[in-house]
Design a protein. Structure first.
Length: 254
């Protein structure tokens, strides 16, 4: 089930808004993440809605909620068209008071999750100064034509660089440059031969797979259902509940 509706709860429902994917692993990952959210916040009504490709679609989820107040938390990592247009427009058709939370990124919890996934894939901290000078990470993201999306990804890269102590270069699967391949080539030309690819995707899918194939050595798994991702979803929910709801929702939180 995608929800655990508690009639006694007066809190707004949490609606996690995923993009949707043709890869069945993506839906399984999102469902596992929602289960973690429910474990952390028992009694909170937690629902799932997709922008496209998978059921339930967000408009259907909102229709099923009826007049119940809801907070929509995008399972997206930066600002862009979906956060600024698609989700608010779908929310505007919902008759109840609806709030749209900020996207997940940038946030230190994402850098912590990325570091964990890299470590799981075999990354280790440089042991010498020479090793540090020869190391780098490519942060592989989906990409967007919206410049604010690149800004947000760059901020996450900076957070991860501070965590790792080596340069972290954003790269993209589509709609933006550089590509992962060109970022790796550029780093190697600068003497960074120990280069890993950090998968900055919420779940497995075509983009994550393609970016991993471009890794010269280590490629981490997507963020997935890591416990810190569940914490971050609830953090965005709590942020949004402190704001006065609008009817209809017009924009995501800055």
């Amino acid at each position: 089930m995608d929800s655990q509706l508690s009639p006694a709860s007066g809190r707004p429902a949490l609606v996690v808004v995923a993009h949707g994917s043709r890869d069945p692993r993506a839906l399984a990952t999102v469902r596992a993440l929602l289960d973690r959210v429910r474990e952390l916040r028992p009694g909170l009504p937690v629902h799932l809605g997709h922008i496209e490709l998978n059921a339930p679609l967000l408009p259907d989820t909102l229709a099923a909620l009826g007049d119940r107040e809801a907070v929509l938390v995008p399972l997206l990592l930066s600002r862009g068209y979906h956060v600024k247009q698609d989700i608010p427009e779908m929310a505007a058709a919902h008759p109840a008071r609806t709030r749209v939370a900020a996207p997940l990124g940038p946030h230190p919890l994402l850098a912590d999750t990325l570091h964990t996934r890299l470590t799981e894939a075999g990354w280790r901290a440089p042991r010498t100064e020479a090793e540090r000078r020869g190391s780098a990470v490519v942060l592989a993201a989906a990409g967007s034509r919206d410049p604010e999306s690149a800004t947000d990804t760059g901020r996450t890269a900076a957070l991860l660089a501070a965590r790792l102590g080596v340069p972290v270069v954003p790269a993209y699967a589509s709609a933006a440059t550089p590509t992962v391949e060109s970022a790796v080539r550029s780093l190697r030309a600068r003497g960074r031969h120990r280069t890993a690819v950090a998968s900055y995707f919420t779940a497995p899918g075509r983009f994550a797979t393609e970016c991993a194939k471009a890794a010269p050595d280590i490629a981490s798994d997507p963020l997935g259902a890591h416990p810190l991702m569940a914490e971050l979803l609830l953090h965005r929910y709590d942020e949004a509940t402190t704001r006065v709801p609008t009817k209809p929702a017009l924009a995501a939180a800055p």
